[in-house]
Design a protein around this ligand. Structure first.
Ligand code: XIL
Length: 405
């Protein structure tokens, strides 16, 4: 205890944002030295938190779920360029498919018109292939991470429908030529709907028109005849949005436009969405004849900065101590709630294993989670199954144990 108190009092900022001091104006809000939770390592679970007792070197998520669905992970250069060899080894051992986190987005491939740079995407694909992992292409059409020039003509004015469709045709042709059929799945369109089920007013829609989803999927089926074509979005547990996606699928089917799967991003929080809503969405997509993919799973444990936060990349709230309460470490009770949440979510997934192709986590360790920087830059989140030191969390063990049930 003495040791804990000594550590806690060593002058590091606490969750309240200031070192404990009797003179501090917000002293009442600052935990006293003896109640400051002590991390085992910064940004990991506090010492008193429950830990995994199984050894991650001896048990693998991919193996545990092999009979149900594949287990994927989004990776960045820390993994495929081996900048973090421990993370690279963990990915190879625990997962059997990967999604390049940013490397296949238009902005990463073609910042300037006609200047294609596949170097990072190639390194990512090579890493996956060396480890026999399935590769999920993310993403062909999105309104984020696309250079402005894509939507403009040479004079900097808005492109015409024909120009934009031709540009997309060329973009897909370049990808198809470069990768052949090495990428088995493609997110063809990402995030086309608002939460109320209306079509999002993106530059793609504005320029091409309301039939743009048909046009984009038709182009994708021309260029990627052997890949599975996926529509991907977040908040698909909201009935209005879920039903809009089912309607899209039914419309495609009626008009002979190929679509093979629905990717549910699944950026979840501790309480939201409900397990029932997750279950209902999976049933709805399977009922429409779709393969279902959980495409970007994580569990945000921090206070939401926005009501109905979703996963809209354009949100950006200011950092505050209130929004970043576990800057030092994650208290045991929150870690236990997160572990239970992960187990519950996987129990729902298991019930849908027949139609569920894969469950992909949006990052290997808390260190690399996008939720440290969205929708607030610089927070300490604990949204994944391995901690910042790459140690398995209790949540990892609960997910493993849920597979056996
Ligand atoms: C995120 C990446 O994880 C970040 O590294 C990047 O800065 C922004 O994009 N929905 C998506 C993903 O479909 O592409 C986003 O990925 C997270 C939300």
């Amino acid at each position: 205890m003495l040791f804990l108190v000594a550590l806690a009092g060593c002058g590091k900022p606490v969750a309240g944002g200031a070192a404990p001091s009797p003179a501090a104006p917000n002293a009442a809000a600052v935990p006293s030295a003896s109640t400051v939770p002590v991390p085992a390592a910064p940004g990991t679970e506090c010492r008193a938190a429950p830990r995994a007792t199984l050894d991650a070197a001896k048990a693998s998520l991919a193996q545990a779920y092999a009979k149900q669905f594949q287990i994927g992970v989004a990776i960045n250069g820390s993994v495929y360029e081996q900048r973090d060899p421990g993370a690279a080894a963990l990915v190879a051992a625990q997962f059997n498919r990967v999604t390049p986190e940013n490397e296949l987005k238009w902005q990463s491939l073609e910042k300037q018109p006609g200047v294609l740079d596949f170097s990072e995407a190639d390194a990512c694909v090579a890493y996956a292939e060396q480890h026999g992992m399935e590769i999920h292409g993310h993403t062909l059409v999105w309104h984020h991470q696309v250079p402005k020039w894509v939507f403009q003509n040479d004079a900097g004015e808005p492109a015409t429908r024909e120009q934009l469709l031709q540009r997309l045709d060329q973009h897909m042709a370049a990808l198809a030529k470069h990768y052949g059929n090495r990428l088995k799945y493609w997110d063809v369109v990402n995030e086309a709907f608002n939460d109320d089920g209306s079509l999002r007013d993106t530059p793609w829609r504005k320029i091409i028109g309301d039939d743009y989803l048909d046009q984009v999927f038709l182009l994708a089926s021309k260029h990627f005849p052997e890949a599975k074509l996926v529509y991907n979005d977040f908040n698909l547990e909201k009935p209005a949005k879920r039903d809009a996606v089912v309607k899209l699928v039914r419309g495609f089917q009626a008009r002979g436009v190929r679509i093979d799967g629905i990717g549910s991003q699944s950026h979840f929080q501790l309480e939201v969405p409900t397990l029932q809503a997750i279950d209902d969405a999976l049933s709805a997509f399977a009922g429409a004849g779709m393969e279902v993919l959980i495409s970007e799973l994580d569990v945000d444990v921090l206070p939401p900065a926005y009501k109905n936060q979703g996963a809209d990349l354009s949100l950006n709230a200011e950092l505050s101590a209130q929004l970043n309460p576990y800057a030092e470490c994650l208290p045991g009770d929150v870690a236990a709630r997160a572990a239970q949440r992960w187990a519950d979510i996987f129990a729902v997934f298991s019930r849908h294993a027949e139609h569920l192709h894969s469950v992909t986590l949006w990052g290997v360790s808390d260190r690399y989670s996008w939720l440290n920087n969205w929708p607030v830059k610089g927070r300490t989140n604990y949204a994944l199954l391995f901690d910042r030191e790459l140690r398995p969390k209790q949540a990892w063990q609960r997910v493993l144990e849920a597979a056996a049930r």
